[in-house]
Design a protein around this ligand. Structure first.
Ligand code: ASP
Length: 353
């Protein structure tokens, strides 16, 4: 096998596990009605004869019935993580075919569930169904498979949970769906791409996260969904804020603030937050801006948040904070442990400043 930083050749004996959950990629147009419907899984190879020619051993596990990713729920995350765990030693990498709408949530969740990952888990999907002529499904799938098997000196080049779309490989927990129309559906606003696919696939290794050697992959699948998002807007009422902060069983809130993490300086707002954090509710500050980081204390309008016990989400995506909270709340019983893990990057999901 010959590899340098710009190109690689896949080993003949590589093996990839394809986990098929659904989404547009799994659909075809009904010739009579024109409506999109899930393809018959057994006919996948009819749509993708190229899969046979890759020279890579490919096993496919369909999660039937295929679903639109708006119906994805934490049990699917758990099933994906457990399937990867059960098959971890047999495959060089994993490709997850998933609808684009919530792909960034699933990829983020998996990045926290698969601790010390040393093999690629590459999510991809399509904006046009696999059965349509101009579909982006084949290219996305074939390149994702190639990336999942890329190795150097026996080690995976990208041992991370990633999203590959159009021509770019992103870290999954840094990614957001940005476009419902064009083929470049995703972006990673606060972290550079991990690879670009043109004639060759170029890997940007300085940005790739590598696990500590000698540590085994460990799967933690517990999820606590008692999380809410509170998005601020000028004129938001005390009633709305308190209604959200007092949701029964709620354990954590993502506060979507303005600019560099700013919020109104109303006394009632401060009191509502303070009372909530005093009761043990965890509140994480996430800017409504896609690019840049929360910087609490930079403006007077965020000083109050610090004294109210709100934590910084730095430059994390909403998808990553929500899934990190769900994961930490379920896995760690002590609030101090959760707060500590929220203040550090667990697998490259944020840059602490
Ligand atoms: N609604 C679809 C889904 O997320 C869209 C897609 O796959 O692109 O499942």
């Amino acid at each position: 096998m010959h590899i340098n930083s710009e190109r690689f050749f896949v080993e003949k004996e590589s093996a990839v596990l394809l986990l098929f959950t659904g989404g547009t990629i799994s659909m075809s147009e009904d010739p009579t009605t024109g409506a999109l419907r899930p393809i018959d899984f057994d006919r996948l190879l009819d749509y993708m004869p190229e899969l046979k020619q890759t020279g890579i051993k490919i096993k496919c596990i369909p999660f039937l019935p295929f679903i639109d990713s708006s119906d994805v729920h934490p049990e699917i995350w758990e099933r994906l993580a457990k399937t990867i765990e059960e098959n971890y030693n047999e495959f060089d990498g994993f490709v997850v075919l998933h609808g684009t709408d919530t792909m960034a949530y699933t990829a983020s969740a998996l990045s926290f569930m698969l601790e010390n990952l040393s093999k690629p888990v590459i999510f991809t999907g399509a904006q046009l169904p696999i059965g349509m002529m101009r579909s982006d499904a084949k290219e996305n799938m074939l390149t994702a498979i190639e990336i999942a098997t890329a190795k150097e000196s026996g080690q995976s080049i990208v041992p991370e949970v990633c999203i590959f779309f159009e021509d770019t490989l992103f870290r999954g927990n840094r990614t957001t769906k940005k476009n419902a129309e064009h083929f470049n559906a995703f972006n990673s606003y606060n972290y550079p791409p991990l690879a670009k696919a043109g004639v060759h696939i170029k890997y940007f290794r300085t940005y790739i996260h590598y696990p500590h050697s000698g540590t085994n992959m460990r799967v933690r699948t517990k999820i606590d969904p008692n999380v809410a998002i509170l998005k601020l807007f000028p004129g938001i009422t005390e009633h709305t804020v308190r209604a959200i902060l007092n949701i029964p069983d709620l354990k954590a809130v993502v506060l979507e603030s303005f600019g560099a993490g700013n919020a109104p300086r109303r006394q009632w707002f401060y009191d509502a937050l303070r009372e909530a954090t005093d009761r043990g509710l965890i509140i994480v500050n996430k800017s409504q801006c896609s690019t840049g980081s929360v910087e609490m204390g930079r403006y007077e309008t965020s000083l109050n948040l610090v004294t109210a016990g709100v934590m910084s989400g730095y430059d994390c995506t909403t998808e990553a904070i929500v899934t990190k909270l769900m994961h930490l709340l379920a896995e760690y019983p002590e609030n101090d442990d959760i707060r500590h893990r929220l203040s550090i990057s667990l697998c490259g999901e944020m840059t602490v400043i």
